[in-house]
Design a protein around this ligand. Sequence first.
Ligand SMILES: Cc1ncc(COP(=O)(O)O)c(C=O)c1O
Ligand SMILES: N[C@@H](CCCC[NH3+])C(=O)O
Length: 435
Amino acid sequence: MIIENHPFQVNQKGHLEIGGLDTTLLAEKYGTPLYVYDVSIIRENARAFTGTFKDLGVKGRVAYASKAFSSIAMLQVMKQEGLCLDVVSEGELFTALKSGFPEERIHMHGNNKSYHEIFMAIEHNIGCIVIDNFYEIELISAILEKQQKEIDVLMRVTPGIESKTHQYIMTGNEDSKFGFNLQNGQAEKAFNILHNHKSIRFKGLHCHIGSQIFETDRFELATDVLFKELSEWRKKYDYTPDVLNLGGGFGIRYTKEDEPIPYQNYVEALVQTVEEHVSEQGISMPEIWIEPGRSIVGNSGITLYTIGAMKEIPGIRTYISVDGGMTDNLRPALYGAKYEAVIANKAVDPVTEKVSVAGKCCESGDMLIWDLPVPNVENSDILAVFSTGAYGYSMANHYNRFPKAAVVFVENGSDKLVVQRESYQDMVKNDLSYE
Ligand SMILES: Cc1ncc(COP(=O)(O)O)c(C=O)c1O
Ligand SMILES: N[C@@H](CCCC[NH3+])C(=O)O
């Protein structure tokens, strides 16, 4: 039997399966909370993007936004799929290098890159730095001079477009901490510095309008805004871009209210919009780069929890508490994000009640799901929350000194531990005594 809205099945015992394996056995083997990824879904998602560029015969790059989930094993899967990689910090870059990711396929982002981060990126000859601000231009110039090198860069611009998503994850609006503003002339000023720079190879523009976006129209609108500016720069400076990076942000299904469109549609819409502008302006087609994070890993991951305490407040609600919460999934507390879940060991049992799933942190706001329909729930049942593959582990934290959970990859019926569960010893390893 197939689970509604999610790419998983139920086995003959009535247990939820992932990648051909019984989730209750995975929970028993590795403990809970446990993040489990079906790697075949990750590959399928990645190929939906790369395959569309191939089918359209358009030169493109798909850079996995590793902020969605960065670990050595995950980046090795991205490498195997031939993707490029977006990193936003020295830590993400370090992980990429440790995973053996080809340096020339790494792109570096960040709205406040440190001297150190830029130094490391240039030292490792990464493929591209996406410049965000004037201070960064100064830092890069000084480091290139010191290392006697050149580097490819893109310039991040904010097109002044509000995407239809949560306010915290909009990035392309005018009032944004990211990038150079197109409206007030900052972008043109930066362009003049970059275009004429002796050791910066200015390849083009970058724009990312936000995350968890379901329509193609805002992406098309943002592309229109870029071409309006580019048309000016062509007339004034005889400049045409080699590359346009149109960001990530493609939406996935968390609950039945979400209606994601096929990933192919985003690539097709972006390519078509760029082609129209290119032919109108009579210039050559730039390479189109995109940076999906959530859409590559989000629906491939689930989190398994063990249900513990339950509290019924007659006439109000029943709380069931799990052995994780906002420490392994901050999204409900931070964005009011919604999730769906099943009792993994009773995946086909008839629904009898609604319960609300609480985490075990000392915060009333530590609620994972409100009003979840479930069969008769008992202590020690296993709860499986869907679509936790993106921004789960990567935003995990140590509140209340809960150790970070383990991560397991499954593919073709076999399982492999890829991130160990943290120990209490790990938790205190940087603490020093004051006695
Ligand atoms: C610059 C940039 N690129 C790519 C992404 C990836 O976004 P998503 O995970 O929604 O695809 C983000 C996050 O919003 C981002 O800020
Ligand atoms: N962390 C966010 C997305 C941030 C995107 C990065 N700019 C989320 O969970 O939805």
